[in-house]
Design a protein around this ligand. Sequence first.
Ligand SMILES: [Fe+2]
Length: 478
Amino acid sequence: MKARNRVAIIHVSVSLFLLSFSIYAQQILVPPYIQPGNASALNREQKVLIWQTDSIPGDFKVEYIATLPKQKVSVAKTSSVKLNLLNKTTFLYRANFTGLKFDTEYSYKVFQQSEILAEGTFNTRTKKNQTKFAVFGDCGAGTPQQAEIAWQVSQQKPQFVLVTGDNVYRSGLENEYRKNFFPYYTSSEANPTKGAPLMQSTPFYMLVGNHDVYGADFNKTPDGLAYFYYNDLPLNGPSIKLTVTATGNDDLVKAFKSNTGSRFPKMSNFSFDYGNVHIACLDANPYANPLDATLVQWLREDMNNSKADWKIVSYHHPGFNSSKAHYDYQQMRLLSPILEQLGVDLVLTGHVHNYQRTLPLKFEPKVDPTGTQYVVSDEGRVDGKFTLDEQFDGVNNTKPKGIIYIVTGAGGAPLYDTSLSGKPDLWKHAPQENWVPYTTKIVSDIHSFTMIETNGKKLNLKQLDAKGAVFDEITITK
Ligand SMILES: [Fe+2]
């Protein structure tokens, strides 16, 4: 990938008596990066290239071609929106790659006039019964560890990256993405101090965390909710009322809705297939209700319609967490019985800035005396009955009885409860809080990320540190 930070177009016009010389320059604020686009099932493929420039309108052309013999060059349909944020005008461009074949490498070139602004390659989704992807959350904090993890993720060559929310700190703002997110994952240099040019070739599927929606009041943060600008994800989620609400100055809200189109708020919940894996990504913020009838109906249909070998659900706020941090927020436990019915294998979360893995478990939330309502305490705790599969070890016994819940929130932000690593006695919470030893592994003193590889009926999960060393590994089989 080559990207130039400044494109100069020199117009020279010569007349008999006059030489006029003018220079128009555009600063590239975010270099072109690949996004999954609105493609969910493995019946239609799409990718989108997004980039951002300063206030000078550009005239871009994007070409793409499959790296197979005798292919024709296609020209992507390109559009732009003018963002007037923080009293600064920028342009955000989108180029749509359509008519793509699955399991194929494509190369692309972004032209400004005859100049090549950027070029790269990407792979379309695989239809094979295998996949390999990276997962981490809580990352865009502008730390040296974020760069190390970004670089190490690129070394693993994932087909895609799943970011479990809190993509950027502190409030999901446009200027925070440009400072704390893109420089690490679109770095032109690939090394542990800078990050890597990951997003130029690898699509990121990102979830909505709590920090991603802190900037929803445009009177305070006119460049908030930038998640909905910068992502282009499947729009196959349910139309539910319980989503983030953009507030503040009417003109700012109107401009935001116009610039994000159907992506806001639809992109808060979505699902997609990749190889033999189906992943549903849910918004778990406090305004959401995991038992919302529309959401649950959609999730049931979504999972039941999937023929994938592996069913995964991802949301930001973990229901099962043995850290001190965020222990009380357990609302996502309410969804567990439904996930068990739907045959979900794995739940991937973030929010807590460390790594945790549970035993395979089944959970029945406690109901109130009328027997009709689950009980959620004022603090957000959800007690209930646990059934733990203590026989599963992921090595000799690889057939779990229950769902394995992962917290992988150590992608870059400062870590939580760093004293917990390897000390199960410290993971206990008071008995009256319905504590049971569902957590079997915590590593809280190093930054890390998850690599998941599937091959037919076998799924392998590894947790790696910034140097690439594996410190936890399980295999699940069917
Ligand atoms: Fe969070």
